[in-house]
Design a protein around this ligand. Structure first.
Ligand code: ADP
Ligand code: F6P
Length: 320
């Protein structure tokens, strides 16, 4: 008998989630499966907010940011009662498996549901690139490119006014967006939680580079550090250079996904359907050495991801 699979997006949205939804739906329909879209993450599962998708349900979405399935954070799903309600809805809808597109929290939910008899496969969807089992998460490239464009614009005005601009980028506690954006924009300094820093050293660097004629400065700060307004104030107080702080915020979560996000989302979505077709659940799909692979969810959650120390070091050495 042909299988029925569900798709949901959960946690923070990310550009490329729609491309993943499209790939999952189309790959499953191609294999003769029935596809159920579940709205607003685990909320939709608990409350039965689902609809049958056909091949046209995912037309014209590959280029769109956000998620047509909507997304949510669902506290109820962390408890047995919520999980049991969700399981019951899955049985009623005849779901043989679910593709969960989200981050670590969403995978924990997927593991819990898999343990209760509903196989779930996770796809890494977050701009933060903070999922350990994968080199790459859907949305990361678009977010970095958006951040880069924004910093370029900020540089125009910082240059005109001979100012220092402190720009805070997203990433929760991870500094991947910060280090790559900083490198791409030629920042004078990058401040992230992964690498110890001293604001006094950064201020010394600003003062030194001023002597060679540099008159405007970009400092990229990761969200995990925060305090960008305070950092700007301190730089201004100690250098006399007029300084401004900009928190880029949710602009980084939107927009049309880049080629990389669309392609990886498509590859991962296709791969996830293969797993569910074989009845394999409790897995997370990831990328290692540029190849699509999968891991047991618990194993994936226990992995550690190295920071881009080498890249950080290069940026630090050549920004003067
Ligand atoms: P992300 O998936 O981006 O890490 P969250 O941490 O907000 O985002 O998690 C998304 C959703 O996954 C939560 O709202 C909740 O429904 C579910 N979830 C998170 N943690 C757990 C957990 N420990 N057990 C079960 N479900 C969880
Ligand atoms: O995980 C993606 C992310 O945008 C983080 O970079 C940020 O810390 C968080 O989500 C913001 O979440 P919210 O949508 O609740 O403001």
């Amino acid at each position: 008998m042909s299988k029925t699979i569900g798709i949901l997006t959960s946690g923070g949205d990310a550009p490329g989630m729609n491309a993943a939804v499209r790939a999952v739906a189309r790959a499953a329909i191609r294999k003769g499966m029935k596809v159920i879209g579940i709205r607003r993450g685990y909320n939709g599962l608990i409350h039965g907010d689902m609809f049958e998708m056909n091949e046209r349900s995912v037309s014209d979405i590959i280029q769109r940011g956000g998620t047509i399935l909507y997304t949510a954070r669902c506290p109820e799903f962390r408890y047995e009662e919520g999980l049991q309600k969700a399981k019951q809805r899955c049985i009623e809808a005849g779901l043989d498996g679910i593709v969960v597109i989200g981050g670590d929290g969403s995978f924990r939910g997927g593991a819990d549901l898999s343990a209760r008899g509903i196989p779930c496969v996770g796809l890494p969807g977050t701009i933060d690139n903070d999922i350990s089992c994968t080199e790459y998460t859907i949305g990361y490239d678009t977010a970095m490119n958006t951040a880069m464009e924004m910093v370029d614009k900020i540089r125009d005005t910082a240059q005109s006014h001979d100012r220092c601009s402190v720009v805070e980028v997203m990433g929760r506690n991870a500094g991947y967006i910060a280090v790559n954006t900083g490198v791409a924009c030629g920042a004078t300094a990058i401040i992230t939680t992964e690498v110890e820093y001293s604001l006094d050293n950064i201020i010394n660097k600003i003062n030194q580079t001023r002597k060679s004629g540099k008159q405007h400065f970009i400092i990229v700060v990761s969200e995990g550090i925060g305090n960008s307004v305070q950092i700007a104030k301190e730089i201004e107080a100690k250098t006399g250079i007029e300084s401004r702080a900009t928190i880029l915020g949710h602009v980084q979560r939107g927009g049309s996904p880049t080629v990389r996000d669309r392609v990886v989302a498509t590859q991962m979505g296709y791969y996830a359907v293969d797993l569910l077709e074989k009845g394999i659940g409790n897995r997370v799909v990831g990328m290692q050495n540029n190849k699509i692979v999968d891991f047991d969810i618990q194993e994936a959650l226990s992995m550690k991801k190295p920071f881009e120390n080498e890249l950080y070091k290069i940026a630090d050495e050549i920004s003067f």
